[in-house]
Design a protein around this ligand. Sequence first.
Ligand code: AMP
Ligand code: MG
Length: 324
Amino acid sequence: MKRVFVILIAALTVLSGCKAAPKRFSASYTDVFDTVTDFTAYCSSQEEFDRLSKAAHEELLRLHRIFDIYNTYDGLNNAKSLNDGVSGEYPKELCEIIGLSKQWYSESDGALNIALGSVLSLWHDCREAKVLPDADELKSRSAHCDIDGITVDGRNIRLSDSMMSIDLGAVAKGYAAQKTAELLESLGAENFALSVGGNVVTRGKKPSGNWEIGIQSPDGGILMTLSVSGESIVTSGDYQRFYEVDGVIYHHIIDPKNLWPASLWRSVTVIFEDSSTADALSTALFCLPYEDGAKLLEKYGAEAVWVSKDGEITCSEGVAKYEK
Ligand code: AMP
Ligand code: MG
């Protein structure tokens, strides 16, 4: 009898520990950050995945509205309200991203500047109209891009110059991907990849091993495949948003030093655990010469892959350990 009891206990233990083998589920959202977001996770059931996916989507929508510079939303002070001069309390995420961006501004010697909004909005309008901006207009707008003119005091934010505006395009997707990954983990998600328009965050692994993330080649196809577990991979590239005038391509990342599209690289990909930092670094490195970019990477212990104008690939030392 005693023996039967022991066997029964052992069988129950095995059964209770036997959760369904995780299966791959995925979902896409097209209504956040003007791009396509893909969420893939290994879960034990469709219900579990749907619960996580709903939470991720809602979080991304919430952050999208906060960082939106084109639309306002009832009952919310967001980036557009700030640019419109609205005073009052702002969401803590807007205060935080501005604080981080001020730090990245000084670390990158001004290469990443979220106060460049007045210059970037001129480039935006010119891109829509497929014309080039007037050089004098660019210069006069550049007088309203001083990041020290943004003050954050508790939850109050003020722009000291009424002609000034913020643009969070270089940092918002990475920040949102990071916050959403943190939320997913707090809800019990362990093995997932979240790509907010190519800003990829990975956590855990697939049952077969690490996540495999392809870096896009600026000319199409895959440049390199990285094998990661826990890292974020973020690329800034001249092929992501651009227009053409008289056979010349003008892309969307503006060098604050001369106010024209940065001309050193075709793309820069950053590999780093924190996705907000990876997003900020990829834009900053895109505007910086190799030596300055490499120094900035070293400060964070991040890795990068640069693709030069003539297609030459340069990798920081640690990239090799991720290469497949
Ligand atoms: P990313 O794709 O992350 O490199 O960000 C590019 C976006 O950041 C652009 O579409 C602009 O909205 C904004 N941007 C462009 N140049 C800069 C810059 N030098 N500093 C900060 N934001 C920028
Ligand atoms: Mg960026």
